[in-house]
Design a protein around this ligand. Structure first.
Ligand SMILES: C[S@@+](CC[C@H](N)C(=O)[O-])C[C@H]1O[C@@H](n2cnc3c(N)ncnc32)[C@H](O)[C@@H]1O
Length: 409
C-alpha cells in the first residue's frame, strides 16, 4: 500500500525546531516542557539531525559540555528517542560521541542500544520474519546456494564473504583459549568454513573433535581433504539444529564448544547458547566468532554487551580478550570482489565463556540493566516499544549483514 505523506503544519515545524535547538543548548527545563507535546524523534529535514544528534554535536567545540550533554541525552532517551537513527552523514548519535571522544555520552548511547536490543529480542520477531529472504539473511537459502572457494576466501552467490584468511590469528587464539591444557580434550566446532579453526584445534591433539557442517560443498571438501580419517574427528553432516539434539541423546559430553556459522541471526545464536549447557562439562568452555555489528563500532559494542548479558542469563560468565585486526585490513584488496567489507573496526573482542559457578556476581542482571530509569520511564518505554528501531536486523553471526537503519531501507 502506498504511503500517504502527511504535511507537517507550521506549528509542528516550529515545535521541532525549538526541540532541536533546546537539545543543542542542553536546556533541560525547556526540553522537559517541549517533550510533553513533541516527539523526541523530530528531525531536521535538511541534515537528518535528531535531538540526540544535536545534543551531542553541540559538544564539538567545547568538550567541557559533556556532563550537560549526558543529562540531555538521558532525558531524550527516557522520552523515547531512538538510539540508532542515522543523520545524512550516516552517523548515529553514538557515532558522533565516539568521533568527538565523549566517553560518558558514548556509554550512555551504548546502554540505550543494549536496552533497545534486549527488549527487541524479547519481542517475537514478526517484523524480521516478514523481510524478504536473501542469502546471508536466510540459513536454508544459503545452504542451498552455490559457493566459490579461493585460497583466501569463500564467497556465496551474492559475493558475501563467508570466510576469509585474515581471520587466521583470531581462529588460532580461539583454539588456544578453548583448549588451554591439551592434549586429550573433547571439542565440538560448529561451521567448518575454510577449516582454519579446525586445523588449529587439531594442532592441540584433542581426543574427540566433532565437526558439524551443513553446506554440501563444504562437506565435499571435508571429504576431499581427508578430515573423516583424522584421529578423533567425527564429521556430523547437517544443521546444528538437527545434529545437536542427537549428540545430546547419545550422552556426548564436551570440554569445549566453538560456534561460527553463516547466515544465521542473533536469535539462532541465542537458541544455540541457551541449549548447550547439558552437553558441556561443568569446567567446559564456549567460544564463538564475535562478529556481530562489526561494520560500525557502536553496534559492535551494543551487540557484544547484549551477547554477554544473554549468556549470563543462560548460565555463563564471559571474559574478553582484545585482538587488533591486521593493520592493513581496512581498504585492502582482500575485499575486492566481495559485496562489502563486513569488518570495519579495529579491535576484535574475543569471548572466553565458562559456566557460571554461581558466585562472584558483579554484573547487573538483565532486568536491572534494562530499567535503570525512573518508574514512569519504564512504563513509557514499554508503551513505546514500537519506537525502537531494530538494528536491521540483527547482525548475522558473522555479520555478513551490515548495520542498516530502517529509514535507509
Ligand atoms: C564462517 S564459516 C566458519 C569458518 C571457520 N570458523 C573457519 O575457521 O574456517 C561458517 C560455516 O558454517 C556453516 N553453516 C552455516 N549454517 C550452518 C548450520 N545451521 N549448521 C551447521 N553449519 C552451518 C557454513 O556452511 C560455513 O561452512
Amino acid at each position: 500500500m502506498a504511503e500517504t505523506k502527511v504535511e507537517a503544519s507550521d506549528a509542528d515545524i516550529l515545535l521541532a525546531q525549538r526541540l532541536l535547538s533546546a537539545s543543542a543548548r542542553h536546556d533541560i527545563p525547556v526540553l522537559s516542557i517541549l517533550l510533553k507535546d513533541a516527539s523526541a524523534n523530530v528531525r531536521d529535514p535538511a541534515t537528518g539531525t535528531s535531538p540526540l544528534h544535536a545534543a551531542i554535536e553541540a559538544c564539538a567545540e567545547n568538550k567541557s559540555l559533556e556532563p550537560s550533554a549526558v543529562k540531555t541525552v538521558h532525558l531524550l532517551l527516557e522520552n523515547g528517542a531512538i538510539w540508532n537513527d542515522l543523520n545524512k552523514k550516516d552517523e548515529t548519535p553514538g557515532c558522533i560521541a565516539l568521533r568527538l571522544g565523549l566517553k560518558d555520552v558514548y556509554d550512555e548511547m551504548v546502554m540505550a542500544g543494549v536496552r533497545a536490543e534486549l527488549l527487541f529480542g524479547r519481542m517475537k520477531g514478526e517484523e524480521a520474519d516478514a523481510k524478504p529472504k536473501t542469502l546471508a539473511g536466510d540459513n536454508n537459502v544459503y545452504l542451498a546456494s552455490t559457493l566459490r572457494f579461493n585460497p583466501t576466501i569463500i564467497l556465496d552467490e551474492e559475493d558475501n564473504a563467508v570466510m576469509m584468511q585474515w581471520e587466521d590469528a583470531i581462529m588460532a587464539r580461539h583454539a588456544e583459549t578453548l583448549l588451554p591444557n591439551p592434549p586429550g580434550l573433547r571439542i565440538m566446532n560448529v561451521g567448518h568454513g575454510m577449516g582454519i579453526v579446525d586445523r588449529a584445534i587439531q594442532a592441540r591433539s584433542p581426543d574427540e573433535h566433532h565437526i558439524i557442517e551443513a553446506h554440501p560443498q563444504v562437506l565435499a571438501r571435508l571429504k576431499e581433504q581427508g578430515w573423516h580419517e583424522k584421529k578423533g574427528v567425527t564429521v556430523h553432516e547437517g544443521r546444528w539444529q538437527d545434529v545437536l539434539p542427537k549428540l545430546m541423546e547419545k550422552g556426548v559430553v564436551l570440554d569445549a564448544i566453538y560456534y561460527d556459522t553463516f547466515a544465521e541471526d542473533y536469535a539462532a545464536f541465542k537458541e544455540f547458547t541457551d541449549g548447550i549447557i547439558p552437553i558441556l562439562d561443568e569446567e567446559g568452555r564456549f567460544g564463538w566468532y564475535n562478529g556481530l555489528g562489526a561494520d560500525r563500532q557502536i553496534v559492535y559494542d551494543v551487540m557484544t554487551k547484549v551477547a554477554e548479558m544473554d549468556l549470563y542469563d543462560a548460565g555463563f560468565d564471559t571474559k574478553w580478550e582484545d585482538i587488533a585486526v591486521p593493520a592493513d585490513l581496512h581498504g585492502s584488496d582482500q575485499w575486492n570482489g566481495t559485496r562489502r567489507p563486513y569488518w570495519q573496526i579495529d579491535t576484535y573482542r574475543l569471548p572466553v565463556v565458562c559456566i557460571n559457578p554461581g558466585s562472584q556476581r558483579d554484573m547487573l542482571t538483565i532486568s536491572e540493566y534494562l530499567y535503570p530509569l525512573r518508574t514512569e520511564a519504564k512504563v513509557q518505554m514499554s508503551l513505546r516499544i514500537e519506537s525502537i528501531t531494530p538494528i536491521e536486523h540483527i547482525p548475522r553471526t558473522r555479520n555478513r549483514v551490515w548495520f542498516q537503519n530502517s529509514q535507509n531501507q
